[in-house]
Write a protein that binds this ligand. Structure first.
Ligand SMILES: *Cc1c(COP(=O)(O)O)cnc(C)c1O
Length: 433
């Protein structure tokens, strides 16, 4: 295929003069896969068009938010209408009440909530609420789980950090992470042992109930149940970071699918319908501590932004109104990943595909991927080769081995067939080292 990327190259050259590595978020810079990042001009349904006019079937979905695909007319209309009535009030408005009501319908555990502007901010605020409520400082997280870039959660986080092989960030004082303990994902014994020793100092245990930021890694049987049981026993709060999984694996997130009630939940990505949003919430007794009701401070100039809220409401209403929404997504994603696996197997390329509903990762490894350690066994060079070949053939996947890809409701059966044809052609060029 003859795709040229000259306009992307020009933009990238100029961008590097203004922004570190020419980007506003690290993984976008393609460092994990090499080459020039693609600059985009527009998205339509399941497709992306880059600055050179090349078209792609999009499986990045802006890292998850676009469960309806690009420019779904109902969402665009809601955004335009909201913007025409005012882009920000810095004061309460009806949209906030409506989206909160909708969220609580799907997430009954979120008895009360607050809207903020990003997943990072929501996690940071949820942790503060947990510490305020328990009067304790300790936080437990799991290796390879990413919870945004706040100081105290940048210990052994996945996502961009994993790509760059730097478990932590410069600029974070050791003191800031001293109260954070990082345990292996999916290891119930290790967790039980830790909590037996430190449970009474632990304010909260935060987890991605399906990990998405070391590539997709589902919880093993009993893991989430053990987190619930053991946190409760020690009076620590359980926080589900459902920024990816909320409205992705089920309308009520992984907590609905697993039948587990966390104390606090963090949402983002899909709930903003492609605009910036984050939401945290949970038990009333905890959320009543938030200022000005209680002593835990948290605020935001643009929080509850009417345009972002309108996009969120439109997206959630589309999901709510579509019969078999998740069954259909699941079937399409299943067909896609089975197809990819078949094509790779025909070429005898070792791989594992982890998939939960419409989120998946193709790992180039010959052992099962169940935690950070096994995820890291995947062959990044192989992924880089795969990524560039499929890019050349018109598929946009995450530019790192350790990220999730997504199927949206905008992908129809023809898109999946076409994606598989493009993949087959791309994979036929993979080296067999
Ligand atoms: C993306 C993500 C975040 C951070 O959200 P931002 O909006 O990027 O700040 C937090 N937790 C998880 C699980 C995420 O995937």
């Amino acid at each position: 295929m003859d795709r040229t990327f000259s306009r992307s190259q020009e933009l990238y050259d100029e961008a590097q003069r203004y922004m570190p590595a020419g980007v506003n978020s690290p993984v976008r810079a393609f460092r994990a896969v090499g080459g020039t990042p693609v600059y985009f001009r527009e998205g339509r349904g399941s497709r992306l068009i880059d600055a050179d006019g090349n078209e792609y079937i999009d499986f990045l979905a802006s890292w998850g938010p676009l469960i309806l695909g690009h420019c779904r007319s109902e969402v665009v209309k809601a955004v335009a209408e909201a913007a025409s009535r005012g882009t920000s009030f810095g004061a309460p408005h009806e949209g906030e009440v409506r989206i909160a009501g909708l969220i609580r319908e799907f997430f009954p555990s979120m008895e009360m909530m607050r809207l903020v502007n990003s997943g990072t901010e929501a996690v940071m605020s949820a942790i503060r609420a947990a510490r305020g409520f328990t009067g304790r400082s300790g936080i437990v997280k799991f290796e390879g789980c990413y919870h945004g870039h706040s100081d105290f959660l940048l210990a052994k986080a996945g996502s961009g950090l994993m790509t760059f092989d730097s478990p932590d960030s410069a600029g974070v004082p050791v003191e800031a992470t001293q109260m954070t303990s990082t345990l292996p994902y999916n290891d119930i014994g290790e967790f039980r042992h830790f909590m037996d020793e430190k449970g009474d100092q632990t304010a909260a245990v935060i987890v991605e109930p399906v990990a998405g930021n070391m590539g997709v890694v589902p919880p093993v049987n009993g893991f989430l149940e053990a987190l619930r049981e053991i946190t409760e026993k020690h009076g620590a709060l359980l926080i589900f970071d459902e920024v990816i999984t909320g409205f992705r694996v089920a309308p009520g997130g992984m907590q609905q699918k697993a039948g587990i009630v966390p104390d606090l939940t963090v949402l983002g990505k899909i709930v903003g319908g492609g605009l910036p949003i984050g939401i945290y919430g949970g038990r009333k007794a905890i959320m009543e501590l938030i200022a000005p009701m209680g002593p835990v401070y948290q605020a935001g100039t643009l929080s509850g932004n009417p345009v972002a809220v309108a996009a969120g409401i439109a997206t959630l209403n589309m999901i709510k109104g579509a019969p078999d929404f998740y069954e259909k997504l699941d079937a399409k994603a299943g067909r896609l990943t089975e197809g990819i696996s078949r094509i790779l197997a025909e070429r005898r390329i070792p791989h594992r595909i982890n998939r939960v509903g419409s989120m998946f990762t193709v790992f180039f490894t010959d052992s099962d991927v169940t935690d950070y350690c096994s995820a890291k066994s995947a062959d990044r060079e192989r992924y880089a080769e795969f990524f560039h070949l499929v890019l050349e053939h018109g598929l946009y996947l995450p530019p790192s081995q350790f990220e999730a890809a997504f199927v949206s409701s905008a992908h129809n059966d023809d898109d999946i067939d076409s994606a598989l044809e493009r993949l087959k052609e791309a994979i036929s060029h993979m080296s067999l080292h």
